[in-house]
Design a protein around this ligand. Structure first.
Ligand SMILES: NC(=O)c1ccc[n+]([C@@H]2O[C@H](COP(=O)([O-])OP(=O)(O)OC[C@H]3O[C@@H](n4cnc5c(N)ncnc54)[C@H](O)[C@@H]3O)[C@@H](O)[C@H]2O)c1
Length: 324
């Protein structure tokens, strides 16, 4: 299955959360293709630094705004968009506790504002959903047909349910109003531009290993995740954007490993003397995560190519350069 590029030179693309970790990589690829890209971000978890290299590029504009309040009056937002990618949302477990209402708002009213705009523009709309839509899954690996196992009042619910609402809203606009829409369910992704202190396992373990501090694994460390290097994910998202598929479609890798294995691998790749220690596990932390990638392969021709060792090496090099 070959998906031909649908968005390139002359197309205007809006990326919400554009200064964040994953979205800033997407912005890079879209600018490289020749798209005129507007990144909209309130910098709640993102950083201007992630797009600083683009600020002099005439086809790139950074707009500071909170999408939960709607699209602001700005000359570059007045023109029609060909595609809108809703990537904005805090996404780390520490954010779930620190920014619960903000997460609920960006994944509900924020999504509705963008769906209305995409409909008005006749734009393709891509919703960044998550493997968290499956909650603590009872099916393994997770196929898109699985409805999930989410605690609707738990600490993670603000994120899981907001994304599930966004999926429902996207499907409603697609079915009832004919919106050209797509939903990607993103599994754990890592790479350069993650914040060292964002509370997710990989940046935390790498920062601890590079500083020679104890590695703090939650619980027994037997819980698993399937980790995806950001370049692979971004390629998958662009394939979905270029296609006419609606999804939802899983995107990630089948490189499933326990948190204990991950910690040990990172210590070894960092050549660190850090000891692996175990601390209290977060409530409702899923036991296992692995995407079934059949749909992504069959419908998009998606295939992740970066091994965990290679991806972790690149990420460690990035963190090392920043820790000085
Ligand atoms: N990285 C992953 O493993 C992963 C997994 C599943 C889903 N996702 C989804 O991918 C997207 C990007 O995640 P990330 O890991 O790059 O996180 P990130 O926090 O680095 O990026 C999110 C960006 O959205 C911005 N933002 C948040 N609320 C906003 C608002 N109301 N208005 C404008 N901007 C706002 C933040 O400032 C940040 O720049 C998120 O939607 C996330 O839910 C990521």
């Amino acid at each position: 299955m070959n998906v031909a590029p649908r968005f390139g030179t002359g197309h205007r693309v809006l990326v919400t959360g554009g200064a964040g970790f994953v979205p800033s990589h997407l912005v890079d690829r879209l600018v490289e293709r020749g798209c005129t890209v507007v990144a909209l971000d309130n910098f709640v978890t993102g950083s201007k630094e992630n797009v600083a290299h683009l600020l002099d590029t005439p086809t790139f504009t950074m707009v500071e705004a909170d999408i939960s309040d709607g699209l602001p009056a700005h000359p570059t937002l007045a023109e029609r968009f060909d595609a809108i990618l809703h990537m904005a949302s805090p996404a780390s477990p520490t954010d779930f506790e620190k920014l619960p209402v903000e997460i609920l708002r960006v994944g509900s009213v924020g999504t509705l504002h963008l769906l209305d705009r995409a409909l008005a523009d006749g734009a393709r709309f891509l919703m960044a959903s998550t493997s968290e839509a499956y909650g603590d899954p009872k099916e393994h690996p997770q196929r898109e047909t699985y409805w999930g196992n989410v605690n609707p009042i738990g600490v993670r619910a603000v994120y899981d349910e907001a994304k599930r609402f966004s999926e429902a809203a996207t499907m409603a606009y697609h079915r009832s109003r004919g919106l050209d829409a797509a939903i990607v369910r993103i599994f754990n992704t890592y790479g350069p531009r993650m914040r060292p202190d964002d509370g997710r396992a990989i940046p935390t373990f790498i920062s601890q290993a590079l500083r020679g501090e104890p590695i703090t694994v939650h619980g027994t460390g037997n819980q698993t995740r399937s980790i995806c290097y950001v370049d692979d994910l971004v390629r998958g998202i662009l394939l979905l954007l270029d296609s006419t598929e609606t999804g939802p479609i899983n995107c990630g890798t089948e490189h499933e490993m326990s948190m204990r294995q991950l910690a040990e691998t990172i210590v070894s790749l960092c050549a660190s003397s850090s000891e692996v220690t175990y601390i209290t596990r977060n409530a409702d932390d899923p036991e296992m995560r692995r995407p079934d990638l059949t749909l992504a392969r069959e419908l998009l021709g998606y295939e992740p190519t970066v091994s965990p060792e290679e991806g972790l090496r690149r990420t460690i090099a990035y963190f090392r350069s920043r820790l000085g």
